[in-house]
Design a protein around this ligand. Structure first.
Ligand code: 5GP
Length: 257
């Protein structure tokens, strides 16, 4: 797409442009990787292309399951068309296995399965390093309405159920991930939809057999091989080289006579 476009926002890993229709936005996935509140930065060739594909794959499945997302369609290698939303200023973190800041904060060894799925909220504020907050803070400071909080928790659990199964089926453990939600306005109505992205940048994905990291921790922890790991996730999902995953055939009625 070569015509001049209006840039709405540039984030650490994505650029948002005005979309072709009112109420739409184009998301451009960059190759930039950042960590520790952008103190660590690098350009990693090809990361944006893979994340765009993986995100398209997961958001399409979630839309099909009736979980509303901002995703409309992928436009090209690096871009997707989405509904314009007002982002709710919270990161919703879903955890199945102890890792990262949970392990550091509570002294629980990385890799310890959690007794139940945990949902945490962080206030999206770069200057403060996205601090952990409670529902009390969210209500007191009106970052989200009670109904929105309820919608986010319900969707987070459904997304976790779906994604845990999806990754389990391809030999990957879904350790934890981060979600962001937005308010999508339709006339007088407003609804809570999943926004931002789901990709190996926002999830912890470990190989089930070896516990090898297949996510952004490869960059955060200087392990190398980030693109190869992301490619392997895409390959196992069946979406490498533009090949769509084999569609599961419809159930066949077996005659019993
Ligand atoms: P932690 O709190 O352990 O650093 O992160 C928990 C999960 O949320 C990890 O899967 C991590 O990738 C994701 N996450 C937390 N904060 C961010 C963020 O600011 N950006 C991205 N892309 N992912 C995040």
């Amino acid at each position: 797409m070569n015509q001049r476009r209006t840039r709405l926002y540039e984030g650490k890993a994505k650029i948002l442009y005005e979309g072709p229709e009112p109420g739409t936005v184009i998301v451009h996935f960059k190759d930039d990787a950042t960590a520790f509140n952008a103190q660590k930065k690098e350009v990693i060739d090809g990361k944006g292309v893979i994340n765009n594909r993986i995100c398209e794959f997961i958001f399409t499945k979630l839309n099909d399951l009736g979980i509303p997302t901002h995703f409309i369609k992928r436009l090209n290698m690096r871009e997707q068309l989405v509904h314009a939303v007002d982002i709710i200023p919270l990161e919703v973190i879903v955890r199945n296995v102890a890792a990262g800041t949970l392990s550091t904060r509570l002294g629980i060894e990385e890799g310890t399965p959690l007794p139940r799925t945990l949902i945490e909220f962080c206030y999206k504020k770069d200057e403060l390093g996205d601090p952990l907050v409670s529902e009390e803070h969210i209500m007191a400071f009106d970052w989200a309405r009670p109904q929105e909080l309820d919608d986010m928790m319900t969707m987070a659990i459904r997304i976790n159920d779906f994604m845990s199964g999806l990754f389990m089926g391809i030999g990957i453990k879904l350790v934890d991930f981060k979600l962001e939600f937005g308010r999508q306005y339709e006339g007088d109505m407003v609804r809570t939809v999943l926004a931002d992205e789901i990709s190996p940048d926002s999830c912890r994905l470990w190989d089930i057999e070896t516990d090898e990291k297949m996510d952004k921790d490869r960059f955060r922890r200087d392990l190398g091989g980030l693109v190869e790991a992301y490619q392997e996730v895409a390959r196992r999902l069946g979406i490498m080289n533009g090949n769509e995953p084999v569609e599961r055939s419809k159930p066949v009625l077996v005659k019993s006579d």
